[in-house]
Each structure stands twice: as C-alpha cells, then as structure tokens.
Design a protein around this ligand. Structure first.
Ligand code: MG
Length: 201
C-alpha cells in the first residue's frame, strides 16, 4: 500500500464560475487560477502523484504553459490516475477536507462525493468529503482543500495456503501450520510471553 497527501488553495474572484470537485456550483464568485481553479481536484491530484513519488501537479502542468489556461482540472486528475496505474496501484480510498467560509458545502457534499468518485472511477463509498469554515484563520476570501489517499497494489494478494485435510496425517500437518505462529516457547525452549511488554510503553 502507499499513502499520499495533497493541499491546495485558491482565492475567490468575482466574474468566474465556481468549480469544485468537477462540479459547477451556483455562487457569486469563482476561484482564481490559471486553470479552472478546482481546488479540490488539485489537492487530490497532488495526493495521487505524491503517493507514487511522481512529483506534483506543477511538474506535469506548469502554470507557465499556455495549454493549461482555463483547463478543466479533470485532465490533471486523469494524468495522476495514469501515473498510479503505471506504478501498479489503484485507489483504496481517499478522504478530503474543504475549508471555506462560503458557499456552504454540506448541502452539496453528497453530489460532490458522486462527482469526485465518477472522475476517479471509484465508488462514492471510497470518497470522503468534509467541510469546515475557516474560524479564526482570517482567510474568508480563500478556498482551501486537503486530500489524503490510500493506494493498494494491483497485484493479487498471495493466495492463502490450502488448509483442507482428508487424512489424519494431513490434519496433523494443518494443525502444525496453524499453531506455528502462536507457539509460546522460544527457539531455545524457554517460555516466552505472547508479547514483549516493554515494547508497549
Ligand atoms: Mg490549484
């Protein structure tokens, strides 16, 4: 498994559409940025890239490149998904926090979750969307997003050893396997506790 973490922030700006999690949201202002300013997708993109040590969103899509002016941020996400697949991983789950004074995210959190899950090709149950207001942070004109992602290997987990037994000999062999990890004697035959209590301090 691999873990990734992402952060992003964009300032609110009048006269541009507000796009968060790939969704257009009714609001008086949008987010300023070279692309569509989708703060949530940018944080998720960075978490995915970070999880496979593939750099960050700026490595792949530098703001100096005119191709990404006004770009829809799902393009960035798709590149990050390709990177994790190439590295041999898929998304196990992700969790996110949005911090902004307005608009209120809670009423649309369900829709946001569906939108992000769709873009990532995962189930909504694999996506966490949480929202906070920036109490005491003096950043009411800013939208902030944090994302954590857990990846799992695309390789099949090693199959469990067969534990079927038909003869008495087989049964003994299976019991040997089952008790092998739970013996309470050391290699020298000394009685050892099931765990070392010193390690728990
Ligand atoms: Mg950004």
């Amino acid at each position: 498994m691999r873990i990734g973490f992402g952060f992003d922030s964009h300032a609110f700006k009048p006269g541009v559409p507000l796009v968060i999690g790939g969704m257009k949201i009714e609001h008086t202002e949008g987010l300023a940025g070279h692309s569509d300013g989708d703060v949530l997708l940018h944080a998720i993109t960075d978490a995915l890239l970070g999880a496979v040590s593939a750099g960050d969103i700026g490595t792949f899509f530098p703001p100096s490149d005119p191709r990404w002016k006004g770009a829809a941020s799902h393009i960035f996400l798709e590149t990050a998904l390709e990177e994790i697949a190439t590295a041999g991983y898929r998304i196990a789950n992700l969790d996110t926090v949005l911090v902004m004074m307005r608009p209120k995210i809670v009423p649309i959190a369900g829709e946001l979750r569906e939108s992000v899950a769709n873009l990532l090709g995962v189930k909504p149950s694999q996506v966490g969307i949480k929202a906070k207001t920036p109490e005491g942070l003096n950043q009411d004109g800013v939208a902030v997003a944090y994302a954590t992602v857990l990846l799992e290997s695309l390789e099949e987990a090693e199959p469990l050893r067969s534990m079927s037994a038909t003869t008495e000999e087989d049964v003994n062999a299976v019991v040997e396997i089952l008790v092998a990890d739970s013996r309470d004697t050391s290699a020298l035959g000394r009685k050892v506790p099931p765990y070392d209590t010193d390690d728990l301090t």
